[in-house]
Design a protein around this ligand. Structure first.
Ligand code: CP
Ligand code: NVA
Length: 314
């Protein structure tokens, strides 16, 4: 059974297929419904809030000909203590695929290991792979040009990731940059350097630990093709908001910091954004800010991810 729990669960060939299919789905949108998931029901179990991921998966499953079933964790018995394993076994008897947003990445792995249906990571504290594939597609559709090789267009490009360099988005860029052959420089407070879990995963997969970490925001953005940031206090870290804001203030993407990247650099953010905190309003309004393309592309890219998983399951 093939799952998509982390970026590297797909080979480079499958990653190329995701990007190409995303472009096709984007071009064909509104012309016809695909039948990739015809007759299938895919459920979404969410333990955290979501706008983009929830809506894009709901619409995407529908547009692939399937039936989306949203399950808030607190509405099902999982929220009252039924085990993850039994939940996976029971749902596997009814449905064809599962999209899961939760806290502990190990819970997602247990769910995937216990059922007999494909599972997609819709964000954990450790990784957010659907977002990374979408962001890669968003850059590649610009860089490759019409009909160009999307995956190849990413090779050697540099991402500068600023702010909280120890959580899901930073970890996911570390894995994504390795898969897509991109360079990555992370700029954040010393206490938030990428942790042992992501380093251990790279080692376990035989990947070089070649990302660069610095406490100097300007060093991180030098020569960057993409300047990326995320909220400083993620879901579940609300109590740490003030302390994190003090520590991460130096990594806010101001106009001045954005201007220190390449002259044609893109600004990206997974959203939701907090103007005046991790990013200045002027950067959000900048012509090279592509945040709403990223949001739209969640739909096309996740349809492509589901199509590749459905193909692997046949
Ligand atoms: N970027 C992202 O995953 O957004 P949501 O939390 O709204 O799903
Ligand atoms: N790091 C953020 C990402 C939200 C899409 C969080 O986990 O809350």
């Amino acid at each position: 059974m093939k799952h998509f729990l982390k970026e590297t669960d797909f080979s480079r060939a499958q990653a190329a297929e995701v990007l190409t299919l995303a472009r096709e789905f984007k071009q064909n949108r509104g012309q016809r419904l695909s039948s990739v998931l015809a007759g299938q029901t895919w459920a979404m179990i969410f333990s955290k809030s979501s706008t983009r991921t929830r809506v894009s998966f709901d619409v995407g499953i529908h547009e692939l000909g399937g039936h989306p079933l949203f399950l808030n964790k607190s509405d099902i018995q999982l929220g009252r203590g039924e085990t993850i394993e039994d939940t996976a076994r029971v749902l596997s008897r009814f449905i064809h695929g599962l999209v899961v947003r939760t806290y502990d990445h190990a819970d997602l792995e247990r769910l995937a290991a216990s059922g007999t249906i494909p599972v997609i990571n819709a964000l954990t504290d450790f990784l957010h792979p659907c977002q990374i594939y979408t962001d890669a597609f968003t850059a590649a559709e610009r860089w490759a040009g019409p009909g160009g090789d999307l995956l190849e267009s990413l090779r050697g490009r540099k991402i500068a990731y600023l702010g909280d360099t120890a959580f899901n988005m930073a970890n996911s860029w570390i894995l994504g940059a390795s898969l897509f052959d991109m360079k990555l420089s992370l700029g954040g407070p010393a206490d938030y350097a990428p942790g042992e879990a992501i380093r251990g995963l790279l080692r376990a997969e035989g990947r070089p630990i070649d990302f660069h970490f610095t406490t100097d925001a300007y060093e991180a953005v030098a020569d960057a093709d993409i300047v990326y940031t995320d909220v400083w206090a993620s879901m579940g870290q609300e109590d740490e908001s003030n302390a994190r804001a003090k520590l991460m203030e130096r990594y806010a993407v101001t106009e001045k910091l954005f201007a220190a990247a390449k002259p044609d650099a893109l600004f990206m953010h997974c959203l939701p954004a907090h103007a005046g905190e991790e990013v200045a309003q002027a950067v959000l309004d900048h012509p090279r800010c592509v945040i709403f393309d990223e949001a739209e592309n969640r739909l096309h890219t996740q349809k492509a991810i589901m199509a590749v998983l459905a193909k692997a399951a046949r």
